[in-house]
Unconditional design. Structure first.
Length: 94
């Protein structure tokens, strides 16, 4: 897909900063003729990304964050989802 010049790559189930590092490594490995690399969108679906400073590092490493509210509501208490979403938004804006 990199050969057709995609603008964005979305990665689902991002839980650790290493997930973003790995996709960036794969993109650079398979990037034809050193073309402009696509932006990285991290989809946050698991509460494990909130452990330690993982979310902060994920935000720093990628170009966009997608909050999967439905999946978060399955993985944790539904009443916590708005709080987690606000935390993600605040992290992105800092």
């Amino acid at each position: 897909m990199l050969g057709i010049g995609v603008d964005w790559v979305a990665l689902s189930f991002v839980q650790r900063p290493e997930d973003i590092v790995e996709i960036k490594r794969l993109i650079m490995q398979f990037n034809p003729n050193n073309a402009f690399p696509p932006h990285i969108m991290a989809k946050i679906e698991k509460p494990s990304c909130f452990e330690g400073d993982s979310l902060n590092k994920i935000v720093e490493l990628c170009d966009g964050i997608m909050v999967a509210r439905g999946d978060l509501g399955v993985e944790c208490a539904p009443e916590d989802v708005p709080i987690l979403q606000k935390f993600i938004n605040d992290e992105c804006r800092s």
